[in-house]
Design a protein around this ligand. Structure first.
Ligand SMILES: [Zn+2]
Length: 183
């Protein structure tokens, strides 16, 4: 914009200087006068072109300024959204931390009541089987290895007393009977 303005101004000054020379009668030669008149004419055209350009630049500047305002608004909007998402994330992380603390305590409390040999077996199985030492028996399926038990195994489980520690014949994890075991 400043460049466009200064270009117009330079042409305007040059034309004004030529016009003054002409008006002052400083040029006497007809040929020089003709040249001067010709230059004034072409400077007027040039000035017109440059003013058109200046207008175009002004329009582009205004459009860019409008775009800047739009982007600033969008930035504020996104910053607010980000703050909201971060707040919700932090709430969830707090919840997870509370749950973890509670479950860790619960686990310690429950483990204290279990026989030492059962805990030792569970700990070993857990280490050997990707962190899952015991699995629920649900719909005749071991939830540890996902395999369906044979009719023979199910019959054996059905006959076993409640305190007996059962194992999956496939993955060897401890099988926990549930109301949905299907036996
Ligand atoms: Zn299994």
């Amino acid at each position: 914009m400043a460049k466009a303005e200064s270009d117009v101004e330079a042409v305007r000054q040059r034309a004004a200087r030529d016009q003054r020379r002409m008006d002052a009668g400083a040029v006497s030669s007809a040929k020089e006068l003709e040249q001067l008149a010709h230059e004034i004419e072409s400077l007027a055209r040039r000035r017109g072109d440059l003013e058109d350009l200046e207008l175009e630049v002004m329009e582009r500047l205004e459009s860019a300024q409008a775009n800047v305002i739009h982007l600033q608004q969008r930035q504020q909007q996104l910053a607010a959204e980000l703050a909201d998402v971060e707040r919700r994330r932090d709430e969830q992380l707090d919840g997870i931390a509370r749950d973890t603390a509670y479950l860790t305590e619960e686990r310690v409390r429950l483990a204290a009541d279990l026989p030492a040999d059962l805990m030792a077996l569970y700990t070993k199985l857990r280490a050997d089987h990707d962190g899952v030492g015991a699995a629920a028996l649900r719909q005749r399926r071991c939830e540890g290895c996902r395999l369906e038990l044979t009719a023979m195994d199910l019959g054996r489980i059905k006959a076993a007393p409640p305190e007996e520690v059962l194992r999956c014949e496939e993955c060897r994890r401890i099988l926990v009977r549930t109301p949905e075991s299907g036996v």
